[in-house]
Design a protein around this ligand. Structure first.
Ligand code: HEC
Length: 110
């Protein structure tokens, strides 16, 4: 049973990766390259400073907990583009491209 689940997951990932533009099977391919790329960007873009390295939040402001978000992509995009209140900055497409935005959303929803 577990084996079936593992195979299904692997199949799903492979199907996803097939649509990507960076499918070179690099050294860390075994270790979910999509997730680590998303996380690397989350840290690089500065999101992690307020949202924690996994989006788990800063431990103070509950609203910074965005791991497991139920937002639909349109809401997520609006928050990231427009920011919110004084604490959440907005990001232009130059800072966070549409693809990167989508990648972060997919990673956080997991
Ligand atoms: C300077 C701190 C800071 C940075 C940097 C930051 N955020 Fe936020 N973010 C916040 C705070 C604080 C909130 C909660 C705002 C509120 O609703 O009061 C928030 C809210 C959000 C929300 C909405 C959560 C909800 O349930 O309404 C999303 C999505 C989000 N941030 C994504 C990001 C992403 C992606 C990045 C990086 C590109 C980022 N944030 C960078 C502080 C930050």
């Amino acid at each position: 049973m577990l084996l079936v689940v593992v195979i299904m997951l692997a199949g799903g990932l492979a199907a996803c990766g097939g649509g990507g533009d960076d499918d070179d099977g690099g050294a860390d391919a075994a270790d979910d390259p999509v997730a680590s790329e998303a996380q690397a960007f989350f840290i690089e873009a500065g999101c992690a400073e307020c949202h924690g390295e996994n989006g788990e939040g800063d431990g103070v402001n509950q609203r910074t907990e965005i791991r497991g978000t139920r937002m639909i992509i349109q809401q997520f995009r609006q928050r990231v583009r427009n920011g919110r209140g004084s604490a959440m900055p907005g990001y232009t497409e130059e800072q966070v491209s549409e693809e990167q935005l989508q990648m972060l959303w997919e990673w956080l929803r997991d």
